[in-house]
Design a protein around this ligand. Sequence first.
Ligand code: PGA
Length: 247
Amino acid sequence: SHMKYLIGANFKMYKSHKDLQEYFDQFVNNYACFVNIDLMIAPMTVCLGTASEMTKDSCVHLGAQNMHYEDQGAYTGETSPLILKELGAEYVIIGHSERRQYFGETNQMINKKLKSALQHGIRPILCIGENLEQKELGISKETLKIQLREALQGIDTLDQIDVAYEPVRAIGTGKSATPEEVQDIHEYIRSVLGNEKSRIIYGGSVNDTNADILIAQPAVNGFLIGSASLDPQKFLKILDVVSKKNK
Ligand code: PGA
């Protein structure tokens, strides 16, 4: 197929404006646009506006790490999809495991967020993943299927959504899932989605040494990267590895 890889950087609650300036000084200058990659960087939401300025002449697409599903209202502390658009976000990460774990996000909330993002033309990256207990119980696939079914309920435009498979045990632990596990789960997710155009990307301790073997798996359409994306040199190495693959 002619699908472009999606490589996403999730900066989480790291990087001040000054850090971002240093990052993009190194990164954008060194970054040659790769024809086979869509590159997305998600800084803290309050930094999106400045990040837009810093990346305006580059191939970097910006994303948000979360959003509310309403356009406006009495939702103290939340962020409207309308303002994300104004600030230059083209993507939004929805349902990251840290949002589910620490902020009580449910599949039902995620479903509303996905619908809202689609309605506003912000491309959602839906994060799903089983935890260690579910894996040990042998219910990884059932868990993922429920997450997908509930998150995608009532949505018939799946082509505008990308899915990130992030096994919870692999996030921020340095212990990536094995290439075989990733291939197997991605094939399963593809069969549940039943479409061709959504990119199914892997996240969880992707770094500059395992990126090569992971991207070599035919069902892996890109990565969502936390820790290793914070260092521009490491991140560039990963992009370089992916740029040499063809799918
Ligand atoms: P990690 O994070 O690369 O540090 O494991 C991935 C993520 O949380 O998306």
